[in-house]
Design a protein around this ligand. Structure first.
Ligand SMILES: [Zn+2]
Length: 283
C-alpha cells in the first residue's frame, strides 16, 4: 500500500480529534491506524485516493471488524458530514446504528456536555423557585391574607401554582422548619430539607446540617449524602393492617415481614390475605 502523505495524516488526525471513529461511545486513542476506506470496502488501498476523504482513523479492534469473516463494510464516507458521513453495513446488509459509532457520538457528547451546564442551572433555579413559593405561602398563611388576596384559603391559592393541598402543607411546614433552625434554603433541593426534618426527629440534626452544608460546598458528593441518609436515617416503613376472623387483630407490617398467604389463618380486611404478628387485639 502506498504511503499516506504526512500532511494528509495530520489533517485526518485533526479532523477526528485523534480518536477511533468506529465502535465507541467514549474517546478511544490506543493503537490508532490510518486506513484507506477502500480497504474497508474490500477493494484494497489506492494511492490515488490518499486524501482525507478516503482515509479513516481507527483502533486495531475496530479495524478487525472490517477484515474478519462476516466482515462489516463501509458503504459511505464523508468525514465532513457529521450527520450521515459514515455508513457501515454488516455482511447481511444491516446498517450499524449511528449511536454505536464514535463518528456521530463525539459531537453528540459535545452537545450533551454543553447542555449539562444549562440544565444544572435550570435545576438550581427550580429549587430556588419552589422555596420562593414556600416562603410566599407561609407568609400568606401566617398573616391570614388568603381571603384578602381573593382565595378561600392557602390551599386554593396553592392550586393557583399547580400545587396539591398536601404539597402546600408540606412546603409551609418545611419553610417554618428551615426558619426555626436559621437554615438558608438557597438552591437546596426540597428533598434535602425533608431529610433535615427527619434527622431532627431522630436527634441527628447537627450531623445532617453538616452533610447538607458539605453538599452545598461540594465537599460531599450527593451520592455519598444519600448513602449517609440510607444508613443513618433509615425510616422503617410500618403499615398497619387488620387481620383475623371475627375478632380482628391490628398488626403492623414492616418491609421485612415475609408475607405468607394463608386463607385459614388470617384475613386482611380489604381483601388481601396475609399472616403477620399480632400486636394488639381490637373489636
Ligand atoms: Zn475503535
Amino acid at each position: 500500500m502506498a504511503e499516506i502523505p504526512e500532511e494528509v495524516k495530520q489533517e485526518v488526525w485533526r479532523l477526528h480529534n485523534g480518536e477511533c471513529i468506529y465502535w465507541h461511545n467514549a474517546p478511544f486513542r490506543e493503537g490508532l491506524e490510518y486506513t484507506h476506506m477502500e480497504e474497508h470496502r474490500g477493494m484494497g488501498g489506492d494511492a490515488s485516493k490518499n486524501t482525507v476523504m478516503h482515509i479513516g482513523l481507527g483502533c486495531k479492534q475496530c479495524h478487525k471488524r472490517f477484515h474478519s469473516r462476516g466482515a462489516y463494510k463501509i458503504v459511505h464516507f464523508d468525514p465532513y458530514d457529521k450527520e450521515n458521513g459514515l455508513i457501515i453495513v454488516s455482511h447481511r446488509g444491516k446498517e450499524v446504528p449511528k449511536h454505536h459509532l464514535w463518528f456521530y457520538n463525539r459531537q453528540a457528547c459535545e452537545r450533551l456536555g454543553k447542555e449539562q451546564e444549562r440544565i444544572e442551572k435550570l435545576v438550581s433555579e427550580s429549587h430556588r423557585a419552589i422555596w420562593e413559593v414556600a416562603n410566599y405561602l407561609e407568609e400568606v398563611d401566617t398573616r391570614g391574607s388568603a381571603k384578602a388576596l381573593g382565595y378561600e384559603n392557602i390551599y386554593e391559592l396553592g392550586a393557583q401554582f399547580q400545587l396539591s393541598s398536601s404539597k402546600v402543607k408540606q412546603l409551609v411546614k418545611l419553610w417554618r422548619f428551615m426558619q426555626e433552625y436559621d437554615l438558608e434554603p438557597g438552591d437546596t433541593p426540597i428533598e434535602l430539607a425533608q431529610v433535615l426534618k427527619r434527622a431532627d426527629k431522630k436527634g441527628k440534626l447537627e450531623d445532617a446540617v453538616a452533610m447538607v452544608e458539605g453538599v452545598r460546598t461540594g465537599e460531599v458528593h450527593i451520592a455519598e449524602f444519600w448513602d449517609w441518609v440510607d444508613q443513618e436515617l433509615k425510616e422503617e416503613r410500618v403499615r398497619k393492617a387488620w387481620v383475623g376472623k371475627g375478632k380482628l387483630k391490628k398488626i403492623e407490617l414492616s418491609e421485612d415481614v415475609l408475607f405468607q398467604k394463608d386463607p385459614d389463618e388470617f384475613v386482611l380486611k380489604g381483601g388481601s390475605l396475609v399472616a403477620g404478628v399480632g400486636l394488639e387485639e381490637e373489636e
